[in-house]
Design a protein around this ligand. Structure first.
Ligand SMILES: O=C(O)CCC(=O)C(=O)O
Ligand SMILES: [Fe+2]
Length: 357
């Protein structure tokens, strides 16, 4: 369980930008700082990261994808959402009207830019974790190489953080290197449209005849409370706000946009790997505020409508994941007590809204 807190800590990664690399003292300072945040809040803002992407670059990529016509995006839909498609694990998931109340989002997921050839698909599974990525217009999608580059940089940053965490757990700095073999990390672009119940078909006026909502009104969400299931998440969020993190008293603490920061948090599996020293903290996302336009103008896609994703909230979580055959075990226990990452992720996926039939 996390501790109580009123805001997320900030971890300055500027030392990682030094051309000569980390000094021994930087290494100790950073690994101690990361240990402390992951043992308390489980969440932090990383600033001065070594990424070459600015926030505007990341969200231009997201906007470009979500503004594709719905039909083009549906060509990339996972088989769960379009039975004739071959992709089961990577690709697009559309807004699910049934989830409109608290999980209204569309997403696009990519895995490793290099195909993982060594791994035949598990025939017992509905999902092929090592399938190739799918792209609009196959090899000519102009942003493909930028998204692949973003993926590579986030993978590299995750690997650096893991080596700092290994040291903080009194393990050799290369303790997590086996996690990088055939790593299945996922870069997910997310668009949360304004929820229909947050939206009116007539322009909002300032008539005060409608009373303001009661404080007891349930909070409208776009992403329900959850912990991330894996190892480590690196999140880009736009300036809309809405991310909230739960402290140990049950209070939801806002995690607003901090310019050019990347939010980092620990997943369930890493909490176990750390022998319970690190916490996987619950978080949720509030529905984006209503826009003063009608629903049709919102990119809430109806059948006859092309994408128009200017409104709502955008984010891009990167989930660092080991390879399917990586034996993941607590630093306190024998590797024989571990789980194969592939088995862990397949079990978890049955519960994810994005993969429900
Ligand atoms: O959009 C966000 O800010 C958070 C998304 C998230 O928590 C997730 O996809 O696991
Ligand atoms: Fe999450």
């Amino acid at each position: 369980m996390s501790t109580t807190f009123s805001s997320l800590p900030i971890v300055d990664l500027a030392p990682l930008r030094k051309p000569e690399g980390l000094s021994d003292s930087d290494q100790v300072t950073l690994s101690t700082k990361l240990y402390n945040v992951f043992a308390t809040t489980g969440f932090a803002y990383l600033v001065n990261t070594p990424l070459t992407f600015k926030h505007a670059d990341v969200f231009d990529l997201a906007l470009e994808f979500f503004n594709l016509p719905l039909e083009k995006k549906m060509n990339l839909a996972k088989r769960t959402f379009k039975p004739e498609n071959l992709n089961t694990y990577r690709g697009y998931f559309p807004v699910q009207p049934n989830d409109a109340s608290d999980n209204l989002k569309e997403g696009f997921e990519i895995g490793p830019p290099q195909a993982i050839h060594s791994m035949p698909a598990n025939p017992a599974s509905r999902f092929n974790l090592t399938e190739p990525n799918v792209w609009p217009d196959e090899n000519t999608y102009p942003s493909r190489s930028r998204l692949e580059q973003l993926y590579i940089e986030l993978q590299s940053l995750s690997s650096t953080i893991l080596s700092l965490l290994a040291s903080s757990l009194d393990k050799p700095a290369d303790f997590f290197t086996p996690y990088l073999t055939d790593s299945l990390s996922t870069l997910r672009l997310l668009h949360y449209p304004p929820s229909p119940s947050n939206t009116t078909d007539t322009p909002i006026d300032i008539d005060t005849s409608t009373p303001p909502p009661e404080p007891s009104d349930p909070v409208k969400l776009s992403c329900t409370p959850h912990t991330d299931s894996g190892i480590l998440t690196l999140l880009h969020q736009d300036s809309t706000g809405g991310l909230e993190v739960q402290d140990s008293s049950g209070k939801w603490v806002p995690a607003p946009y901090v310019p050019e920061s990347v939010v980092v948090n620990i997943g369930d599996l890493m909490a176990k790997v750390s022998g319970g020293r690190f916490v996987a903290t619950m978080h949720r996302v509030r529905a984006p505020p209503p826009s003063p336009f009608s629903m049709k103008q919102h990119g809430l896609h109806s059948e006859d409508e092309d994408g128009d994703a200017k409104f709502g909230r955008f984010s891009a979580p990167f989930f660092f994941e080991p390879g399917e055959n990586c034996l993941v075990h607590s630093v306190d226990t024998d590797p024989s007590k571990g789980v194969l990452y592939g088995n862990h992720v397949l079990t978890k996926m049955e519960g994810f809204v994005e993969y429900k039939s």
